[in-house]
Design a protein around this ligand. Structure first.
Ligand code: NAI
Ligand code: HPV
Length: 540
């Protein structure tokens, strides 16, 4: 083991006598020690611990992304037991404080009764909560929470995929070519442009489908008694009555929850009022369609085609005439399959929050941030990077240290708007491999004073920039100064085993000693010495 030390000159904050404390500037050098997170006073854990000092037990009854499981394991005993029978679930539940399910587990009254009062939370890792008996949960004092936006884009994209695949007979044509046939006229398909698409349910998924369908040149109408007219107008969608809706549509796409009111909302009577040759897409829930009535409508030609991701019974019986119908395209409830996107973004989520926290601490007085510009540098095209989660975490980092608000993905945009924080996002598309979602994230806070002159960019904004290396967030730039000593050593395969910091007096020079497993070469030391904030480097 070896150690080397270098002196950091406070020249970076010479111009500002009340400059940032060394703790912060040195944390800029140590990539893993961003300012520590203070838990906001009103933040409440979801899971209630049942015995003093005991970890809660969470039963995960369906497959979740690894990143989500790791988070749970950080504070709870996690029992991943998939494909439990109803009896097995009831037998286990009295040992659990929380239960996490997706759409495949029925959380019935019997489950709540069997829990003996221990079950405090049912978490639905997804949108639809039709598989949870809500009155029974309420009676048993059990909270039911879902992830209302987690699957919005996936469900909307899947709906559009089914719509276009159905219109062009992709699944049938694929099977035919693979069977050695070449039936060009049989599978020619129908055009979408100029056709009327009816969205039944104009909430989060329905709105996203509308945007995409407009891009395909479709005329989009919606039936949703609760949807605000201004949202429909903004997207260019006409809200219509039920009867007008079903009698004028060429295509119908379902996006409402399964409730007693929407159950079998498409039935023999409604099919009989539809235009002959209508085409139906369902990525909502199987139960919103009377499946036997749909089969009859397909056989009679009222419905020309249907594309279904969801079924009353999942999986549907192998001999289901609906599934096997030649004019029906099916998928196995895939409208939520984007967990890999979340897991690949996980380290950047941490980076985003830490950059937000650091940036706000650089502001003189801490508050008064009115606008933040976020730059994402990526080798991926703009449409291939969903930044909502990152934006939410940056907002969380910016707002939580200076307020008592608890910010998460759900309320981040709302909270920012409420506080008058304007967020703009910019993407820089870099050359290179798109394997990693991002190269770096940069934040710029405009029109604020900094306690730390060195944190200001040439154009006078507070600027911080970071990247992810080996799964960890690294701060790479503050103001105009590159600060990532850890990255330089990491790039040269020099393993850091400790770091310690001292200083001669407040606002004076600081000394950092870094213990390394391998001797850094002179080129590495030279590179560290060239960092503007560093006065001198030596390796004894
Ligand atoms: N296939 C899949 O993997 C996925 C399926 N879903 C399904 O999509 C459904 C919709 O999801 P979101 O858009 O996020 O929900 P949302 O709550 O944002 O939108 C649902 C809309 O349906 C409307 N609605 C309620 N009752 C209605 C009725 N009787 N007639 C017409 N409209 C009615 C509501 O006013 C609301 O605007 C979920 O409940 C879930 O069942 C969601 C995600 C993935
Ligand atoms: O989020 C929803 O409502 C879905 O339908 C997704 O279901 P899943 O979590 O994939 O079983």
């Amino acid at each position: 083991m070896a150690a080397f030390s270098f002196t950091l000159t406070p020249s970076v904050h010479k111009a500002s006598p009340s400059s940032l404390s060394w703790t912060l500037s040195l944390s800029s050098v140590v990539p893993t020690s961003f300012p520590t997170r203070r838990r906001p006073t009103n933040a409440r854990p979801i899971v209630v611990v049942s015995a003093l000092n005991a970890k809660p037990t969470i039963l995960v009854a369906e497959k979740l992304g690894q990143a989500g499981l790791e988070l749970l394991k950080g504070f709870a005993n996690v029992d991943c037991s998939y494909n439990l029978s109803p009896e097995e679930l009831c037998a286990k539940i009295s040992l659990c404080d929380a239960l996490i399910v997706r759409s495949g587990t029925k959380v019935t009254r019997e489950v709540f009764e069997s829990s003996g009062g221990r079950l405090k939370v049912v978490g639905r890792a997804g949108v639809g909560i039709d598989n949870v008996d809500l009155p029974a949960a309420t009676e048993h004092g059990c909270l039911v929470v879902n992830a209302p936006t987690a699957n919005t884009i996936a469900a909307a994209e899947h709906g559009i995929a089914l719509l276009t695949a159905m219109a062009r007979n992709i699944a049938q044509a694929d099977a035919s070519v693979k069977a050695g046939k070449w039936q060009r006229s049989k599978y020619v398909g129908v055009s979408l442009v100029g056709k009327t698409l009816l969205l039944m349910g104009f909430g989060k998924v329905g709105s996203e489908v509308a945007r995409r369908a407009k891009g395909l040149g479709m005329h989009v109408i919606a039936y949703d008694p609760y949807a605000p007219a201004d949202r429909a107008r903004a997207i260019g969608v006409e809200l219509v009555t039920f009867d007008e809706a079903i009698s004028t549509a060429d295509f119908i796409s379902l996006h409402m929850p399964l409730t007693p009111t929407t159950s079998k909302i498409l039935n023999d009577e409604t099919f009989s009022k539809m235009k002959k040759g209508v085409r139906i897409v369902n990525v909502a829930r199987g139960g919103v369609i009377d499946e036997e009535a749909l089969l009859r409508a397909l056989d009679s030609g009222i419905v020309a085609q249907a594309a279904l991701d969801v079924f009353t019974e999942e999986p549907p019986p192998k001999d289901s005439l609906l599934v096997l119908h030649e004019n029906v395209t099916v998928s196995p409830h895939l409208g939520a399959s984007h967990s890999s996107v979340l897991s690949e973004l996980a380290p950047f989520v941490l980076l985003a929050e830490k950059l937000g926290r650091l940036a706000v601490q650089l502001v003189a007085g801490g508050s008064g941030v009115q606008s933040v510009k976020i730059t994402y540098a990526s080798c991926r095209g703009p449409d291939d990077l969903d930044t909502r989660l990152l934006r939410a975490m940056i907002t969380k980092g910016l707002i939580e240290p200076i307020s008592s608000v608890f910010v998460n993905l759900v309320n981040a945009d709302f909270t920012a708007k409420q506080r008058g924080l304007k967020i703009t996002e910019e993407r820089i598309v870099l050359d290179g491999s798109p394997e990693k979602p991002l190269k770096f994230i940069q934040l710029q806070l405009a029109n604020v004073e900094s306690k730390f002159a060195g944190a200001l960019s040439d154009t006078g904004e507070i600027k911080v920039q970071g990247m992810v290396k080996d799964g960890l967030p690294h701060l790479t730039m503050v103001g105009s100064f590159g600060v990532d000593v850890g990255s330089i050593l990491g790039d040269r395969n020099v393993n850091v085993n400790f770091m310690s910091v001292g200083r001669i007096a407040p606002q004076k020079q600081a000394v950092m000693t870094i213990g390394v497993d391998e001797e850094p070469d002179t080129e590495t030391l030279k590179q560290i010495g060239e960092i503007q904030a560093i006065e001198e480097v030596c390796f004894p």
